[in-house]
Design a protein around this ligand. Structure first.
Ligand code: TR5
Length: 144
C-alpha cells in the first residue's frame, strides 16, 4: 500500500510529513549503515558490551534512562528481522542473550524491555538489525 503514511518521529523534526519522507528514504536498501562505522569505531559510541559477534552501545537518542542497542557485528543480510533465514538462528540467539547481559550490566535485569522495529510501519530507521534494550523506568503497555 504505497499511499500509507508512516507516523514515525524523525530525529531532526517532529513534523509528520518529514517523518513520512524519512521513513520512505530509510526503507531497506541493503546499503551499509551508520552502524558499520560504529562497529569499525570510526564513529564513537558508548559501548556497554562487546564480544566477537555482538556489539552493544548506548542509543544516542534514549527513550528511557537505559536505552542500549544490540547489533550483530556482521550484518549478513540481516537488514531487518523480516529478512532472517535459517542460517541466522545462531546470531539471533546470541543477540537475545547479549540483551540479557546488557540488562544485568545496566542494573535493570528485574524489569526491562527488548524491542525490534521491523520496517517503515514499525518506524525502523536503521537497516542493520538491532535490538533495543530499554529500562530504568516503568515501561507502559501497549507500546505506541
Ligand atoms: O528506529 P530504529 O528501530 O531503526 O532504531 C535506530 C536507533 O538508532 C534509534 O533509536 C536511534 O536513536 C539510534 N541511533 C541512530 C544513530 C545513532 C544511534 N545510536 C547511537 N549512535 C548513533 N549515531 C552515532 N548515529 C546515528 N545516526
Amino acid at each position: 500500500n504505497h499511499s500509507r503514511r508512516y507516523l514515525c518521529r524523525a530525529s531532526a523534526t517532529h513534523d509528520e510529513e518529514a517523518a513520512a519522507k524519512a521513513a520512505a528514504i530509510n526503507a531497506d536498501s541493503g546499503v551499509p549503515t551508520i552502524f558499520d562505522k560504529i562497529i569499525a569505531k570510526e564513529i564513537p559510541s558508548t559501548i556497554v558490551y562487546e564480544d566477537d559477534k555482538v556489539l552493544a552501545f548506548k542509543d544516542v537518542n534514549p527513550q528511557a534512562p537505559v536505552h542500549v542497542l544490540v547489533i550483530p557485528k556482521v550484518r549478513d543480510g540481516l537488514t531487518q528481522l523480516g529478512k532472517a533465514e535459517p542460517r541466522h538462528g545462531e546470531i539471533l540467539g546470541q543477540l537475545l542473550y547479549a540483551a540479557k547481559i546488557v540488562a544485568e550490566k545496566e542494573g535493570i535485569v528485574d524489569g526491562f524491555r527488548v524491542v525490534i522495529n521491523n520496517g517503515p510501519s514499525a518506524c525502523q530507521s536503521v537497516y542493520h538489525l538491532h535490538l533495543h534494550v530499554l529500562g530504568g523506568r516503568q515501561m507502559n503497555w501497549p507500546p505506541g
